[in-house]
Design a protein around this ligand. Structure first.
Ligand code: NAP
Length: 249
């Protein structure tokens, strides 16, 4: 019989469409979950559904990334966790952010500042785990690879988050705690429901969930999903600035 790689995974932003697909995928493998999100009704519905379908333990913790105190969140998690994964994110309104400091604050807080702070505080729970595959997974974005006029506030917050995860990976290497940075391209979720996404380039949340799980098993450092985004971003990253600044991206 296959031994499961992890016993308990804590998921921040558990009501995200990508997170729901991921939670179903891991619960199918018999892994217990701690689901953290701000919407009580949605959270309990997701938890109940997963518990009934896969017969795994699913705890819920209510937490609003914008308003609540992260030190209280950590106190609510009593047991060691093998993996912490953050899906929390906010696309924001680029044109509003250009004249409204509060919108900038919200974009930075949800996409970078709070996921980083919570990760640091939860580290003690990960260090207590006896798993030989202790891990932190952060969902960043290809948008963080190069700033574009259409969403550079969101992109720069994700760039900060990617840089944070890179530094953390470097710091925790010797302690055998792995850090995986996930950079999705376009994905059909509630975040992108109003956008006209190109079908050939856009993934379903279930595809992303499977890619993340496989990358976790392989202990990859950085995952682009779908896979071809690695090459698209390679071109975008290395386009010379004198050309890039002329494009309407
Ligand atoms: N969809 C894409 O094309 C795409 C591409 C690249 C990267 N990403 C990233 O992928 C991750 C998952 O996003 P998604 O596409 O699955 O979108 P989503 O369904 O909109 O998920 C966003 C998650 O963030 C949570 N959140 C937002 N503000 C919060 C707050 N103040 N307190 C607590 N939770 C808050 C949402 O909670 P509620 O359910 O309560 O709103 C939801 O769980 C995000 O980090 C996103 O930036 C998405």
């Amino acid at each position: 019989m296959n031994q499961k790689p992890w016993n308990k995974i804590a998921v921040l932003g558990a009501t995200s469409d990508m997170a729901i697909a991921f939670c179903h995928f891991v619960a199918k493998h018999g892994i217990s979950l701690i689901l953290i999100a701000r919407n009580k009704e949605k959270l309990e519905k997701i938890a109940k559904d997963i518990n009934i379908r896969y017969n795994v333990s699913v705890e819920t913790v209510l937490f609003d990334v914008e308003k609540d105190d992260p030190t209280i969140l950590v106190k609510k998690i009593s047991e060691p966790i093998d993996v912490f994964i953050s899906f929390v994110g906010y696309l924001g309104n680029q044109s509003k952010a250009q004249s409204d400091p509060k919108e900038v604050d919200k974009i930075v807080k949800i996409n970078y500042q709070m996921p980083a702070i919570i990760t640091e505080l939860l580290l003690e729970k990960i260090k207590q785990s006896t798993s030989n595959k202790r891990m932190i997974v952060g969902i960043s974005s290809v948008a963080g690879d190069r700033g574009r006029q259409s969403n550079y506030f969101y992109g720069s917050a994700k760039a900060a988050y990617s840089a944070y995860l890179s530094g953390l990976r470097n710091r925790l290497f010797k302690e055998k705690i792995h850090v995986l940075t996930v950079k999705p391209g376009f994905v059909y979720t509630s975040m992108t429901q109003d956008l006209n996404l190109p079908p050939l380039l856009t993934a379903q949340p279930e595809e992303v969930a499977k890619d993340i799980y496989k990358a976790m098993l392989k202990q990859k450092d950085v995952l682009y999903t779908k896979w071809f985004w690695k090459y698209i971003m390679l071109i975008i990253k290395y386009l010379p600035e004198f050309l890039f600044k002329r494009l309407s991206l």
